[in-house]
Write a protein that binds this ligand. Structure first.
Ligand code: FAD
Ligand code: DHB
Length: 394
């Protein structure tokens, strides 16, 4: 079989790109290694920037997000138990964010794709990319004991950090940057009312904690844990006790605990592959870059790559503008590095590092004190948090 764009991976990047291409009349096939159910069982991001919200709407999958998403005009911080409010709307020139889970975004995009009748091959094993430097690239894979081949014009690598797409670029062509942090985030989801109206990013000498939510009745909490910890080192009781120690006292007193729907540990890493396009292959989302979750940027960066790739494919198929291909990574990387910087900075500001000295802690405290009490500081956090703008292709 032959398609225009072969999309590898049915996470948010792959599904959103597929949906937008379909709307523009550009046919595409998605190959996903796991089952649809498995993809929906992964609990990840929760905060959508305005640009992401607009793009999901443009794809036609925004109805439930518009009905159920929670509009947040501010976000909170705490430092050693003291609670601060940041008015995002005021300090970003009127912008907001929407709290709506990645799982729900994925579910909505899957439903739209099904309605449109487009092909997604779930449980496609051993996906391999071939001849990506040529004018006739193709993808091979195994599905239900058959060896299959998909010819295409372009390949969109939306297969996450551990996917096959980036690995298909010759090592000598890859320009990579990486930073690994000495801790991870232990997340817990529960059907309990969120402890606070806004998200609360808590810096504490015992380690960072985040109070987030999915709805008025579902909470999502995270704890910084050493990257040597495994999930077996934690119980629900231990999680709640530790959370209470790291959040402001009045919040700890009103915190409603309950059974965990899910608990998992995610390592923290910053990674950029500047080679976001090679021949007929484009990398989008986590396949090209990873940010630590502190700035809530991972999913939003994936969406801005999708926007750029989608606008490029429309130019290529409607106007023959293959000359714009080199612009893809220029446009993406300008935004990627700014989000990488912000996510790194938020991580450094709010976490406890095993190597940090008493001096480092005082400087961290002064930095927080400066940012949260200065108009310039508040504008700096707010404009990055709600999302920086994306360059045009031309
Ligand atoms: P993914 O969601 O990773 O999707 C890639 C898809 O490709 C997957 O479905 C995968 O099964 C498939 N795939 C992989 N390899 C192959 C292959 N060889 N062949 C075919 N298919 C393949 N961001 C935040 O903002 N906040 C958070 O709290 C947060 N928590 C996270 C927790 C974890 C454990 C992880 C891994 C990420 C988290 N992120 C978070 C980041 C955010 O979820 C990602 O940025 C987002 O999922 C990126 O979407 P994507 O579609 O590019 O990649
Ligand atoms: C969530 C995750 C984040 O990384 C973040 O910064 C804010 C919210 C969440 O899962 O709700």
């Amino acid at each position: 079989t032959k398609t225009k764009v072969a999309i590898i991976g049915a996470g948010p990047s792959g599904l959103l790109l597929g949906q937008l291409l379909t709307k523009a009349g550009i046919d595409n096939v998605i190959l996903e290694r796991k089952s649809g159910e498995y993809v929906l069982s992964r609990i990840r991001a929760g905060v959508l920037e305005q640009g992401t919200v607009d793009l999901i709407r443009e794809s036609g999958a925004g109805a439930r997000m518009d009905a159920d998403g929670l509009i947040h005009t501010g976000t909170d911080f705490s430092f050693q138990g003291e609670h601060y409010h940041l008015d995002l709307e005021k300090y970003s020139g009127g912008k907001q964010v929407v709290v709506y889970g990645q799982t729900e975004v994925t579910r909505d995009l899957m439903a739209e794709r099904k309605k449109a009748g487009d092909v997604t091959i779930y449980e496609a094993a051993n996906v391999q990319l071939h001849d990506i430097e040529s004018d006739n690239p193709y993808v091979t894979y195994e599905h239900q004991d058959e060896n299959l081949r998909l010819d295409c014009d372009y390949v969109a690598g939306c297969d996450g950090f551990h996917g096959v797409s980036r690995k298909s670029i010759p090592k000598t062509e890859l320009e990579e940057y990486e930073k690994v942090y000495p801790f991870g985030w232990l997340g817990l989801m529960s059907d309990t009312p969120p402890v606070n109206d806004e998200l609360v990013y808590c810096a504490h000498e015992r380690g960072f904690a985040l109070c987030s939510m999915r709805s008025a009745t579902r909470s999502r909490y995270y704890l910084q844990v050493p990257n040597t910890d495994t999930i077996e080192d934690w119980s629900e009781e231990k999680f709640w006790e530790e959370l209470k120690r790291r959040i402001p006292k009045e919040m700890a007193e009103r915190l409603v605990t309950g059974p965990a729907l899910e608990m998992s540990i995610a390592p923290l890493r910053s990674y950029v592959c500047e080679t976001m396009q090679y021949g007929k292959l484009f990398l989008l989302g986590d396949s090209a870059h990873i940010v630590p979750p502190t700035g809530a940027k991972g999913l939003n960066l994936a969406a801005s790559d999708v926007e750029t790739a989608y606008r490029l494919f429309v130019k290529i198929y409607q106007e023959g503008r293959t000359d714009l291909i080199p612009r893809y990574q220029e446009v993406c990387l300008a935004r990627v590095w700014k989000s990488v910087r912000f996510s790194w900075w938020m991580t450094m500001l709010l976490h406890r590092f095993p190597s940090s000295s008493r001096f480092d802690f005082r400087v961290q405290q002064a930095e927080f004190d400066y940012f949260i009490n200065s108009e310039a500081g508040k504008s700096n956090i707010a404009e990055n948090y709600v999302g920086l703008s994306l360059e045009k292709l031309e």
